[in-house]
Design a protein around this ligand. Structure first.
Ligand SMILES: *[C@@H]1O[C@H](CO)[C@@H](O)[C@H](O)[C@H]1NC(C)=O
Ligand SMILES: *[C@@H]1O[C@H](CO)[C@@H](O)[C@H](O)[C@H]1NC(C)=O
Ligand SMILES: *[C@@H]1O[C@H](CO)[C@@H](O)[C@H](O)[C@H]1NC(C)=O
Ligand SMILES: *[C@@H]1O[C@H](CO)[C@@H](O)[C@H](O)[C@H]1NC(C)=O
Length: 395
């Protein structure tokens, strides 16, 4: 019993400021502080000096970086510190009470505006968070908030792109002579950042400057953050299939002219490429000032595929035209040839040379297909090489 009382008294002595302050003391301190307080006036005795608001930002979550709508969503913890010259007290007179929690509605708080914010103009207007007042008048306001801002994204190098988004914070209602917003650290604190599947945080920096708006200067705190895309998903799901399918396209020339397969095969490949172009486009913003490399690449492959279809159709057409000739009777042969010459003219002559009509047909058919395959293969390989050089910025 005695020892328990002794321990209680002892711990009371040791932790006086935390545990053993009476309700009456806290109440009288609040009355003392707020009795003559006016929350509409900046808490500085010399009203020609600015209130310095120190801002520290911690990034905890990357919610989304939406390329299509160009919106960045993150969760951040803000710590705002300023000195309130009217909220200081002598802790000896209040049982050693060195800090108390304050209600944000009852005292002056800096209102902060975030430019390009999709929600309210007053960034912390709707949240109620810890606001701690210390005996020397130091105020600490800690808030956690999800913010969504527009961010112009550059997806030219998709999926190896790096996005840069700038957040601009400025005190609402006050000019730079009244409230100044400054950063404490040089970069955003990311020690508690949770990993994101698609994006990794690069670096960040602050810029502090005065922005002239109409008649007065506003203090603006710019915070720029970099996010680098993890490309594995897109490489696996888009780039590898596109390259394989477009290579299949070249094998069209391997099929015989006689069957209709040549046309249907090349059209199937064309459709597959169109499907990939649509899929990739759904990940990209609708308007872009510069052509997006991957879309350009797929468009070129599509053009190549269209050319293959065209060439296949010509080959099939010519094949059937020439196959009709031997089918006609011996007597009519010369007549057919003459008619053919009338219709075809120079093109037929060229065809004859390419097909080497006089030698064995099969061997010559193979020759023209090999020639076409080589031409298309060179086009395909130079296109692919161009794309990778540009994408990885090798040159
Ligand atoms: C408020 O100010 C008046 C006049 O300066 C003073 O008499 C009074 O004691 C103050 N009240 C508190 C609670 O500080
Ligand atoms: C208030 O601050 C200004 C500028 O810092 C100074 O010129 C002025 O003398 C100060 N006024 C008082 C009453 O201290
Ligand atoms: C970042 O925040 C954590 C937790 O709030 C803190 O421990 C750490 O010191 C901070 N890092 C820097 C560089 O300020
Ligand atoms: C704004 O800042 C500029 C340059 O710092 C200064 O010349 C100008 O007087 C300021 N305007 C106001 C209204 O204080």
């Amino acid at each position: 019993m005695w020892s328990a009382t002794f321990v209680l008294l002892f711990s009371c002595y040791g932790l006086m400021s935390v545990n053993c302050v009476s309700w009456e003391t806290t109440k009288s301190l609040k009355e003392h502080l707020l009795g003559n307080y006016s929350k509409d006036i900046r808490p500085i005795r010399n009203q020609s000096d600015p209130v310095i608001v120190k801002c520290n930002i911690q990034l905890t979550d990357i919610v989304d970086l939406d390329e299509v709508h160009q919106i960045l969503s993150v969760i951040m913890i803000f710590t705002l510190r300023w000195k309130d010259e009217f909220l200081g007290w002598n802790s000896d007179k209040f049982e050693g009470l060195s800090y108390i929690q304050m209600d944000q509605e009852k005292i002056w708080t800096p209102r902060i505006n975030l430019h390009s914010n999709l929600d309210d103009a007053d960034l912390f207007g709707d949240v109620r968070y810890r606001l701690t007042a210390r005996q020397n008048g130091q105020m600490t306001w800690t808030l956690s908030k999800k913010i969504s801002v527009t961010c112009l994204m550059d997806v030219v190098l998709f999926p190896l792109d790096t996005q840069r988004c700038a957040l601009a914070f400025t005190p609402l209602l006050y000019s730079t002579e009244e409230v100044k917003l400054v950063n404490v650290e040089q970069s955003v604190n990311t020690s508690d950042l949770k990993p994101h599947g698609e994006w990794v945080f690069g670096n960040s920096f602050y810029i502090n400057w005065d922005y002239k708006l109409d008649e007065f200067n506003m203090s603006v705190l710019y915070m720029t953050m970099e996010f680098k895309r993890l490309p594995l998903f897109f490489l696996q799901n888009f780039l590898v299939p596109i390259i394989i399918i477009s290579f299949l396209n070249l094998l069209t020339f391997w099929l015989p002219d006689g069957s209709g397969e040549k046309a249907s095969f090349s059209i199937t490949v064309l459709l597959a490429l169109t499907f990939y172009l649509t899929s990739v486009s759904s990940y990209l913003p609708q308007n872009s000032n510069e052509p997006i490399l991957i879309t350009l690449f797929i468009s070129f492959l599509l053009t190549l595929s269209c050319l293959t279809v065209l060439v296949s159709l010509i080959l099939i057409n010519r094949h059937h035209k020439h196959q009709d000739i031997p089918q006609s009777t011996e007597n009519n042969h010369n007549v057919s040839m003459k008619e053919n010459k009338k219709h075809g003219g120079k093109l037929d002559k060229l065809w004859g040379i390419l097909r080497c009509r006089n030698s064995e047909r099969r061997k010559c058919g193979f020759t023209i297909d090999v020639l076409l395959f080589l031409i298309f293969f060179i086009m395909w390989i130079s296109l692919t090489a161009w794309f990778f050089v540009r994408l990885f910025r090798l040159l």
